[in-house]
Design a protein around this ligand. Structure first.
Ligand code: TXA
Ligand code: MG
Length: 342
């Protein structure tokens, strides 16, 4: 398949991308969280192409993207009061609400569930593209299934060239981790996947907020988590990743790096601040969780590119977007975590 690479984001170029969507094609586009791979949410045939392009299991539902919060009732049949409040406060932004779906949303979008994930991205290019498409846009992250989500156009070009009709190349995704998914179908808003909007943010608006038990623990094969994506090994780089936490983490890193190098393997580290750990590739996140979130997926891809075999990532705390970073890191590490206290 010929892939149209759109580097100049002009009105005619976005119109062309919108036409591709209306014609049943698939288009990758930038958002503030990660890049998405979109198709018309009203076309079963178009949505099927997404699953094929990504190699995604068909029991994992897609999020429906809208240009305006005013359109939510076109895809959801019930919008509870708490959901309206969250939309007022955080839309457009890095938030997905799980709501009861309208009957005309095809089963292939929701993997047969009676609910639909709805998100209004804040990225201007994303919203203009959706607006010009003239339909709700179903979109997962634009990576090959199992690979780290793409936060730069080059990641999408790497994974999707030849597999999709067009790629809209924007800048780096600002947040860097996928949207906060909040189940709004129960009594209390429940975070199914943490992201840029934190449980504290949600509780401040709704009075209460729960965190689903699967956010940090591994899901066993027999379990059916509320968010089907939770059961897949996600964000998996080729390297063997270990998370190192606690006040003694930095000190221990040097030893861990040395042990792995002594066994002849190529080692990488990702830490909050620059240090000299003796690794083959050392990446830093400039001190804060927001920065760690925005560089995380790019770092995991860099380790792959440099053929790094063992990676140690320093993690400090759940502050702000920290819970989301921890959730992605634990998955990338297959829940391999070392705690070191001084
Ligand atoms: O930030 C994001 O959310 C990005 C950008 C492109 O918007 N999208 C994204 O999509 O991360 P994806 O497909 O990679 O992850 C969507 C997650 C999956 O884990 C899926 O199981 C869950 O959302 N999901 C979708 N619809 C759902 C539903 N009705 N109920 C529960 N979970 C749902
Ligand atoms: Mg994804």
């Amino acid at each position: 398949m010929q892939t149209l690479i759109i580097k100049d984001i002009t009105e005619p170029a976005l119109k062309r991308a919108g036409e591709i969507i209306r014609g049943g094609g698939i288009v990758a586009f930038p958002t503030e969280t990660v890049y998405g791979l979109g198709a018309s949410a009203l076309s079963e045939e178009a949505v099927r192409k997404i699953y094929v392009a990504k190699g995604r299991p068909s029991d994992n539902p897609l999020i429906v993207h809208l240009a305006d919060a005013g359109d939510v009732d076109k895809v959801a049949r019930e919008v509870p009061c708490a959901a309206k409040k969250l939309l007022e406060k955080f839309a457009p932004g890095p938030m997905t609400l799980i709501l009861k779906k309208q009957p005309h949303i095809p089963d292939v979008v929701t993997a047969g569930l009676d609910t639909v994930g709805v998100r209004i991205p804040s990225d201007e290019t994303a919203r203009e593209f959706i607006r010009l498409s003239g339909v709700p846009v179903a979109a997962p992250s634009a990576n090959l299934s199992g690979k780290p989500s793409p936060t730069r156009a080059e990641h999408v070009i790497h994974d999707m060239t030849g597999r999709v009709d067009a790629i809209i190349c924007g800048g780096s995704s600002e947040v860097g981790v996928e949207s906060t998914i909040i189940d709004m179908t129960g009594d209390v808003p429940t975070v199914l996947r943490p992201g840029g909007i934190t449980p504290e943010d949600i509780a401040a608006v709704c009075g209460e907020c729960r965190i689903d038990e699967h956010v940090l623990k591994a899901v066993s094969v027999a379990e059916q988590p509320k968010c089907p994506g939770m059961k897949y090994k996600h964000y998996a780089p080729e390297a063997d990743v270990t998370v190192v936490e606690g006040s003694g983490a930095r000190g221990r890193l040097c030893e861990l790096v040395r042990e792995s190098r002594d066994s002849g393997r190529r080692v990488g580290v990702l830490t909050y601040e620059k240090g000299d750990f003796g690794a083959d590739l050392e990446l830093t996140a400039d001190g804060a969780n927001t920065e760690l979130a925005s560089v995380l997926f790019d770092a995991l891809r860099s380790f792959d590119r440099e053929k790094i075999e063992v990676v140690f990532v320093e993690f400090k705390n759940d502050d702000g977007v920290g819970l989301a970073v921890k959730n992605r890191l634990y998955k990338a590490a297959g829940n391999k975590v070392i705690f070191v206290e001084d």
